[in-house]
Design a protein around this ligand. Structure first.
Ligand code: ADP
Ligand code: ADP
Length: 228
């Protein structure tokens, strides 16, 4: 069975300023397989973040259903971790303490926390920077720290919203390959939003191509490694 099942998903926002209802996502059906790296490609404003936030449990769909691991999504859960474009690191906490934050809602993981944190930091290549503060790190390193925080509780699903969007162009190229290597090593299921065709093709096993407004899936493309 697919690890994520999205059926007839529609989301309408109420725009307070004008009193209008904006259809952000319309009738989206999507299955994501266990261990798959799915990229979601489309222009800005086509509803990619809205879909991801629904899967994360951060936003309630207007209509439709989402199952994660066979269970209806009603709220955020330990099976799904989100990686944000702006890293969302706490500036007054060190790298290790930011990563620790990924365990804080999960008392069952308290045991062995130090080992889990060290392992997540090692996985993203930040060993030696445990005691650094975010402002002392480059954008690419901050995103590694954000990724470690998402991985530390060992979620089954990683939801990534333009994780390289805030990183400079050169670092972005390097980080793309790095991300793929790190994530493939974990075997996690990934949904990765991007508006870069290159990124979608280089990273994805399949690409869900959204058309602009209102957000619908135009086509789903399988990427064979030979085409990368
Ligand atoms: P993206 O990088 O996905 O294009 P945006 O920069 O458009 O994201 O939006 C950033 C945040 O602002 C998101 O949390 C989104 O939900 C919110 N947002 C976007 N458009 C609007 C809007 N018209 N009214 C209120 N919030 C919005
Ligand atoms: P994308 O991630 O593809 O850039 P979004 O999902 O952020 O697209 O936004 C889809 C549409 O919904 C856009 O027109 C955006 O302005 C609008 N939107 C996003 N968040 C909100 C919000 N909180 N309130 C009102 N409109 C929003």
């Amino acid at each position: 069975d697919p690890i994520i099942q999205i059926r007839d998903l529609s989301v309408r926002y109420h725009v307070a300023r004008t009193g209008n209802r904006l259809i952000a996502v319309q009738d989206v059906d999507l299955d994501v397989m266990e261990g798959e790296f799915l990229t979601v490609l489309g222009p800005s404003g086509c509803g990619k973040t809205t879909v991801l936030n629904c899967v994360a449990g951060l936003l309630t769909p207007t209509t439709g259903t989402i199952l994660a691991g066979g269970r209806p999504v009603t709220a955020p859960g330990p099976d799904r971790a989100v990686v944000f474009q702006d890293y969302a690191l706490l500036p007054w906490r060190t790298v290790a303490d930011n990563v620790r934050f990924g365990l804080e809602m999960q008392p069952r993981l308290k045991e062995g926390a130090a080992d889990r944190i060290a392992e997540a930091i090692r996985l993203v290549g930040l060993s030696g920077f445990e005691n650094s503060y975010p402002r002392e790190l480059s954008g690419g390193m901050q995103q590694r720290a954000g990724l470690a925080r998402s991985l530390v509780a060992d979620p089954r699903i990683l939801l990534m919203d333009e994780p390289l969007g805030a990183v400079d162009a050169l670092t972005r190229e390097v980080m793309r390959a790095e991300l793929k290597r790190i994530i493939d090593a974990t075997g996690k299921t990934v949904v990765f939003i991007t508006h870069s065709i290159d990124e979608a093709v280089q990273l994805g096993d399949r690409i869900a191509v959204f058309s602009s407004h209102p957000g619908t899936i135009k086509e789903i493309v399988s990427v064979t490694p030979g085409n990368r």
